[in-house]
Design a protein. Structure first.
Length: 147
């Protein structure tokens, strides 16, 4: 995984070390695949030069019907079509990648739910300390104290 998303997902998965159980290896592989597909989408860079060439050909009057002097219109359209398709893949896979990472416990929301992250008030969620704090607060409230 050499793209930005691939490196980020790889780093997150490595942070788990041996904590990814065998039963979650499929989800980890799926996250890597989604990241690779997203990285490979790179829409703007792929089709921008082709769109510029088509625009220049139109502006210069080099287009005669479907033929452009010194330019393969069909090839340019195919390149644009592939790039737009890849862009669509990235748009479709982004939410799926996030869901996969959440299932693996690699997002802040997932860590908070599992007890390893922070809640909105900055406290750890689900920890023994959090449980004790809640019990103390409940006991103080029953006794009429302020906590």
């Amino acid at each position: 995984m050499t793209g930005t998303m691939g490196r980020a997902v790889g780093s997150s998965l490595r942070s788990l070390g041996d904590a990814v159980p065998e039963s979650d290896q499929g989800a980890a592989a799926l996250a890597r695949k989604y990241a690779t597909l997203i990285d490979n989408a790179a829409p703007a860079a792929v089709y921008a030069k082709h769109l510029r060439a088509l625009r220049e050909a139109l502006e210069c009057g080099r287009i005669a019907g479907a033929v452009v002097v010194g330019f393969d219109v069909e090839k340019a359209y195919e390149a644009i079509e592939v790039a737009l398709s890849a862009h669509s893949v990235a748009s479709d896979l982004g939410p799926k990648l996030l869901a996969t990472l959440t299932a693996l416990g690699l997002t802040p929301a997932a860590r908070a739910e599992r007890g390893g992250g922070k809640t909105d008030d900055g406290r750890g969620s689900g920890s023994k300390t959090d449980e004790l704090r809640k019990r103390r607060d409940d006991r103080a409230a029953r006794a009429g104290g302020t906590g």
